[in-house]
Design a protein around this ligand. Structure first.
Ligand code: SF4
Length: 352
C-alpha cells in the first residue's frame, strides 16, 4: 500500500500516529512539533536526517509516511542569479513551474496552483496549454519547500510567497487557502500572512469571499488588470466576459471596504495595445474611488503571443498620467526576460 505523503498530514494526526506507536501523550506532542518543524524548515528528504529524533521513531515514520518532493526536470537562472525558474514533475508526471526571485533583503517564491489553465489570457504561455488538473495543498507547499531546501544550503530562507505561477488560484480556492494555512503555521515555515500575495485575474465572487474571510487569512490581494475598457480586456483576458470591469469594480470595492486594505493591480505594458493615453485615462477613472496601487511591468515576450514590450519612453508617459491623477504606482523591474520566466514558458519550451 502506498504510504501517505507526510506533507498531507496535520499536526494532530501526527500526534495520534506517535501515540499509536507507544509514545506517551506529552512526549508525542513534543516529538510531533519537532518533526514538523524540521520537515518544513530544514532540507530533510529522508526521516533518518531528522536530528534529535530517536531512530525507532524515524523508522516508524518511514514505515507510515513518505516525504514526497517534486522532481526537478529543468532549471533556468538569469545571468545575474537574481531570478530562477524550475520545471518540476509531480508524482503523476504532471509538470508545473515554480520561480525564485532573489532580492537583497528577501527571497520570494512564485508558486503554481493548477497544472495548466483554462483562462486563456492571450499573453500567457500557460493559457495555451489548457487546463489539466488542480494542485493539491501539499503540491503547492512542496514548491516552496523545493526552494527552501536550496536556500538553506545558502544560509537563507524563504521570506515571501506569491501565488502568481501557473493557474488561477481562486479557481482552486480551497487548496490554495489550505496551502496558505500550512505556510503560515508558526510551528513550520511561519511566514507572516502579509508576506503572501494571491494574484487573480478577477474572479469577482471569490474576491468577495476573500473579503469575508480576511480576518482568518489576512494575505495581500493582487489583480491582473491589464486593460481598463471591456473590449480590450476581453480580448486580452476572456475571463472579462464572465466578470466584466463593472462587476470586478464592485467586488474590489467590497473587498477594500471590508478589509481596509488596498489592492495591488498588475498592468503588463504591451506596445501599442494597452500602453496608450486612452487606456491610462480609463484606468484613472476606473480606480478613482478604490484604494489601490498599480504595478507597471513591461511584457515578458513569449513565443505564444506576438505582442512586444512597451518602450521605456511609453511606460514613462503612462506613468506620468497616473502621477498627474495621484494614482499610486510603481514601474516594476521586469525580471527573467532571458530565462523564460513568464508563466508557462519553461514548460512550453520543453513540450515536444
Ligand atoms: S495569466 Fe494566469 S489566469 Fe491567465 S492564462 Fe495565464 S495562468 Fe491562467
Amino acid at each position: 500500500m502506498s504510504r501517505t505523503n507526510f506533507y498531507n498530514v496535520d499536526l494532530p494526526e501526527l500526534v495520534k500516529a506517535l501515540q499509536s506507536w507507544g509514545e506517551p501523550f506529552d512526549q508525542a506532542h513534543a516529538l510531533a512539533r519537532d518533526i514538523w518543524h524540521q520537515a518544513y524548515t530544514a532540507s530533510v528528504t529522508d526521516f533518518s536526517e531528522l536530528t534529535g529524533i530517536p531512530p525507532r521513531v524515524q523508522q516508524q515514520l518511514a514505515g507510515a509516511f513518505a516525504l514526497r518532493h517534486p522532481v526537478e526536470l529543468a532549471q533556468s537562472t538569469s545571468r545575474d542569479g537574481s531570478t530562477r525558474k524550475d520545471l518540476l514533475a509531480l508524482e503523476d508526471g504532471a509538470q508545473i513551474e515554480t520561480g525564485l526571485l532573489r532580492y537583497r533583503d528577501r527571497h520570494t517564491i512564485c508558486v503554481s496552483t493548477r497544472v495548466g489553465c483554462a483562462c486563456d489570457c492571450s499573453f500567457c504561455a500557460t493559457g495555451r496549454m489548457g487546463f489539466v488538473r488542480q494542485l493539491h495543498c501539499d503540491e503547492i507547499v512542496a514548491q516552496v519547500l523545493h526552494f527552501q531546501r536550496w536556500l538553506t544550503t545558502q544560509d537563507k530562507a524563504v521570506s515571501n510567497v506569491v501565488f502568481m505561477g501557473m493557474g488561477e488560484p481562486l479557481l482552486n480556492r480551497e487548496q490554495t487557502l489550505q496551502a496558505v494555512r500550512r505556510l503560515t503555521d508558526p510551528r513550520g515555515l511561519n511566514l507572516a500572512p502579509g508576506r503572501i500575495t494571491l494574484s487573480t485575474v478577477g474572479i469577482a465572487p471569490e474576491i468577495e469571499y476573500l473579503a469575508d474571510v480576511h480576518s482568518r487569512w489576512p494575505i495581500k490581494l493582487a489583480i491582473s488588470l491589464h486593460a481598463a475598457t471591456d473590449d480590450l480586456r476581453t480580448k486580452l483576458m476572456p475571463i472579462n466576459k464572465t466578470y466584466p470591469l463593472a462587476r470586478l469594480h464592485e467586488a474590489v470595492r467590497v473587498y477594500t471596504e471590508k478589509t481596509r486594505r488596498r489592492v495591488l493591480f498588475e498592468w503588463i505594458m504591451i506596445a501599442g495595445v494597452n500602453d496608450t493615453q486612452e487606456q491610462a485615462l480609463a484606468l484613472v477613472t476606473w480606480l478613482q474611488d478604490l484604494a489601490s496601487h498599480v504595478n507597471l511591468i513591461r511584457l515578458n515576450p513569449t513565443s505564444a503571443y506576438d505582442g512586444t514590450p512597451s518602450t521605456g519612453e511609453t511606460t514613462e508617459a503612462f506613468s506620468a498620467i497616473l502621477d498627474q491623477h495621484k494614482i499610486p504606482h510603481t514601474m516594476r523591474q521586469r525580471r527573467g526576460a532571458g530565462i523564460d520566466a513568464g508563466c508557462g514558458q519553461l514548460h512550453a519550451r520543453r513540450r515536444p
